[in-house]
Design a protein. Structure first.
Length: 290
């Protein structure tokens, strides 16, 4: 294990050091600026997560990769006699999560900066573990879920959202293909830390079984992501993202302009009265601690 900052704050596994740096650097800043937009983008999946978690009023809930805390707050509103704890690598996002929780008047939330792969959770401290697209980034997912599992009481539950493969997620392909500008850019790898880290259902079953979970189930959830109210709104959001800047890197000005025009055209074609909607697919992963 390493401690990647001079402040000696959270203990972070050496496999997750780059994630720590990213989420306390440009990636964290990007997410903080656009927190509301990100929440809306995948918001149609929120009811699926809460249904899968089956939180009760007295439950103690752990939210992995909580970011600015939208899912932690949702859990806290159900667990009115319990508690919701969010953990994330990003100190900046956690600061925003605390602020939003206070503004909402919630007194049953706690936010921890840490790496869930190695964080010293109290044994059997939680009834339910949830994650809203926050568990696909572990360097060693078996170690991470084993550590998380020790924090779950016997009979406790796991409910996670994770993206399915690239072929089923039009929103990912649209951004990648339009900004490639004719280049053969690889998509995010399946099974590696990143958005497709838990895309393979066989991998998910293997990981969770090795970590000691039982009754593993993956429900195929299909809801579009919402990039904005209209094409102009969506373009302003997507064109400003760090991932967009990264994909455009290395292009000359003419190719860059053409790529952004292609992106705008795709967003125009995806505009509906309910927003700019692009196809998406996620797994709702549920399991039980024996």
């Amino acid at each position: 294990m390493t401690v990647p900052t001079p402040q000696q704050a959270p203990v972070v596994d050496s496999l997750n050091t780059e994630q720590f740096r990213a989420w306390n650097g440009d990636d964290g800043n990007d997410w903080l600026v656009h927190a509301d937009r990100y929440d809306v983008a995948s918001g149609r999946y929120d009811p699926r997560l809460l249904a899968g978690a089956a939180i009760t009023p007295a439950d103690r809930v752990l939210d992995i990769g909580c970011g600015a805390g939208v899912s932690t707050r949702a859990a806290a509103r159900v667990a009115v006699d319990g508690h919701a704890t969010g953990i994330d690598l990003s100190g900046r996002l956690l600061g925003e999560a605390r602020r939003r929780s206070e503004v909402a008047g919630l007194t049953n939330t706690t936010f921890i900066q840490g790496d869930a792969q190695v964080h010293a959770f109290a044994p059997e401290a939680f009834d339910v573990v949830i994650s809203r697209f926050g568990v696909m980034f572990f360097g060693d997912p078996v170690a991470a879920f084993t550590n998380i599992g020790r924090a779950v009481r016997p009979g406790g539950r796991l409910a996670l959202l994770a993206w399915q493969g690239l072929a089923r997620n039009t929103w990912m392909r649209t951004v990648l293909e339009t900004l490639a500008a004719g280049r053969a850019l690889p998509g995010p790898p399946t099974g590696a830390p990143g958005p497709l880290g838990l895309a393979d259902p066989d991998d998910v079953r293997r990981i969770l079984a090795a970590a000691g979970f039982a009754d593993v189930d993956l429900a195929d959830e299909r809801e579009p992501v919402n990039f904005g109210a209209d094409a102009d709104d969506a373009y302003a959001f997507v064109s400003a993202l760090g991932v967009t800047r990264g994909l455009l890197r290395g292009l000359d000005e003419r190719s860059r302009t053409a790529a952004l025009d292609a992106l705008r055209n795709q967003l125009v074609e995806s505009a509906t009265p309910d927003g700019v909607l692009l196809g998406a697919a996620a797994w709702l992963i549920t399991a039980r601690r024996p």
